[in-house]
Design a protein around this ligand. Sequence first.
Ligand code: SF4
Length: 211
Amino acid sequence: MASRSLHSILDEIRALASDEEFRGTLTDLGVDRQHVADRVRPSEIHRLCRRSSCLFPSPCRHLHVDHGPLIELYRQARRVPGVRHVFVASGIRHDLAHADRRNGEAYLRELVTHHVSGHLKVAPEHVSESVLRVMRKPPLQEFDRFRAEFERFSREAGKEQYLVPYFISSHPGCTLKDAAELHDYLRKHNWKPQQVQDFMPPHDPGHRYVL
Ligand code: SF4
């Protein structure tokens, strides 16, 4: 995993903010992976790592997640002269936030309070337990927990803002029952999909696809 130092990112923000064309808004500070580190040396991963995912079915004990530096980056970026808004437009990893027992909640509060331009992208991917397992994604409870946190922090900040969840339809392992479960979940939360991304295996001549 690669990351940039706090100073390097702040230098770039200062350079940007000093440009006469800059209007005060950083549209996407992104989700730099500086809060994630692997305790196993890169040269040894091939030999020592037997897992297919660092986070599924539970966070690997060698994975060190600390959002402290990211919180500090957000705070310092907001203080750069000329900067009025710092937004995060990239999708965030709610499972990584929850894997950080020390600073995960503080990070979500900081993000939701100061860095959402109205909508925040997140990718629960699906709601069915069996499909999420095939995807190697965290269970739905994890997303529901995040949704509740997002609503609470938005309310406490006095802001009306919304989640933009990303779901995949027809992923391998997804049955009609799973699709109906996803449909019911969307309806229950009054989410009306604006776009649909469908998973279509290309080498199945006997299969018909309807969108
Ligand atoms: S699963 Fe664990 S050991 Fe393997 S790459 Fe991820 S953090 Fe490192």
